[in-house]
Design a protein around this ligand. Sequence first.
Ligand SMILES: COc1cc(O)cc(Nc2ccc(C(=O)Nc3ccccc3)c(OCCC[NH3+])c2)c1
Length: 336
Amino acid sequence: MVRFAALKSLYEVEKTIGTGGFAKVKLGTHILTGEKVAIKIMEKECLGDDYPRVRIELEALKSISHHHICKLYQVIETPTHFFMIMEYCSGGELFDHIVEKNKLSESESRMFFRQILSAVAYLHSKGYVHRDLKPENILLDKDLNIKLIDFGLCAKPEGGMETHLQTSCGSPTYAAPELIKGRKYIGSEVDVWSLGVLLFALLCGFLPFDCDTIDSLYKKILSGKYDEPSWLSKESREVIRRMLQVDPSKRIKVEDLLSHSWMTMGCYEPVTFSSLHELQERDEEVIDLMATYYGVSGKAMSQRLGEWRYDYDTATYHLMLARKKQGLPLKINSHH
Ligand SMILES: COc1cc(O)cc(Nc2ccc(C(=O)Nc3ccccc3)c(OCCC[NH3+])c2)c1
């Protein structure tokens, strides 16, 4: 049953799959195509001073489109709520994938890490910093492709990356030393530290900095000292060490990570981060189907979609395109 009038006849709302600080994520169905979606619901009055973060995240998500970042399809704002209609990532959390396998082989870790690095490098190329990279924020789609989520803490430091960001945020376990010190810091390096913690967790199955009290955790992170399991390969140790540098100026840069020997082992090409979506032309077959359904010309439909309003038509277009890519028949449920 639909409890929200704003979603009526557009989406069916099903069970809750995630609850964060000020948001709830429910599974849903986009009625016109029958495709599954994830719906992030935020009650404005509960947002408090997190309200500006929602605006930042929405602006970020509207300007990015990458195959390893969970896609925003539609934004619905009412006087009391925000609804973010997102891509459905049915593979669940990378975290659960690691736990069930205890730890991943070096080559499986490399496959996932290259995709995560591609998403983060793309994000940085757009002038954004995620600032909350942790396994819980890395989902998988049904083909076990990485999908980066939850940009609630992301920032777009004005004037590129060179300015300093003051606010400290994210979970301490993955937080960089300069973030913990509340120091002025240049965002992109914070994400590199979190990537180092992530790669350590993928390869080892446990965390480099993990203590039972926040204080001892902070001390450990600020010391930059962690135990390397003896079975970890020399190359793995080296690349992790380059990311887990306490001094941000000594930390490896994302662009150097892309072609690092650990990333390209097994004769891989350096990691690329250009988006497969952005290069794409608009799909005329989908546009024509939508135009026929709405009884308008293909040109008018294409014009309308080109404004990327993140309304129901934007969602319908993306979901029909996703269906087409899976080789499913393109259909529009006219009776609904
Ligand atoms: C940019 O992507 C974002 C931004 C954001 O602020 C929040 C989210 N949250 C999401 C998006 C999708 C899912 C999802 O599809 N989960 C799922 C679906 C089927 C099976 C299993 C998981 C999501 O899940 C949250 C709970 C995961 N434990 C959160 C994305």
